[in-house]
Design a protein around this ligand. Structure first.
Ligand SMILES: Cc1cc2nc3c(=O)[nH]c(=O)nc-3n(C[C@H](O)[C@H](O)[C@H](O)COP(=O)(O)O)c2cc1C
Length: 177
């Protein structure tokens, strides 16, 4: 196997949710690369139905403090609020399913891989009160708030361990359900 591909597998193995961050700030050039990963992500019919609010300064983070239930997230030096815009998204004709959340989720996932490659830890935070976030950040009513991604250098050294996951036999169906 190509050595570069091996690195990808290592990256995939290393990603895990980090909920405690050190005080170290994320360098602006790293933030730029994370944002570029969001921009370059794939989306249904290339509609790119997303917006991301980047909060990288202490003053900006403060209004979101009460949004988080875990203290660790309040200390994250970088927050990315992932928003989906259903009006911009592709809709599957057969059942009218709107792909805005799918597309936004893919972009975030790709960004998280890049964050891992940059030595950063991150955690999806979906357990928020979207209306509170909307009010604090002035997000328009037609926009969905998918999650906040907390990003920063992990407080503790990363320990790579086997993930608690369902066995393949439970989730893979060969040929038919
Ligand atoms: C869509 C989504 C929402 C999540 N929301 C939260 C959250 O609100 N709070 C939290 O502490 N972790 C949250 N997580 C992290 C998951 O708990 C975590 O991904 C899962 O336990 C697997 O662990 P791992 O990420 O370390 O592999 C979320 C993850 C995903 C993918």
């Amino acid at each position: 196997m190509d050595d570069k591909l091996k690195d990808f597998y290592e990256l995939h193995r290393r990603r895990k949710s980090i909920r405690e961050f050190s005080g170290r700030l994320v360098e602006p050039e790293k933030i730029e690369r994370l944002l570029e990963a969001l921009r370059r992500s794939q989306s249904a019919a290339n509609r790119q139905p997303w917006h991301f609010i980047v909060i990288s300064d202490r003053e900006g983070r403060a209004p979101l403090d009460e949004v988080f239930t875990k203290e660790g997230f309040r200390k994250a030096p970088l927050l990315i609020v992932a928003c989906a815009d259903p009006a911009q998204a592709w809709t599957r004709r057969a059942d009218k399913v709107n792909y805005a959340w799918v597309d936004t989720t893919i972009a975030v996932t790709e960004m998280i891989e890049v964050a891992t490659a940059e030595g950063l830890g991150s955690c999806w935070v979906a357990a928020i009160e979207p209306e509170l976030v909307r009010e604090k950040l002035g997000i328009p009513g037609q926009i969905d708030i998918v999650a906040i991604i907390a990003i920063g250098y992990p407080e503790k050294e990363l320990v790579v361990e086997d993930k608690a996951r369902k066995p393949l036999a439970e989730i893979i169906h060969h040929g038919k359900w």
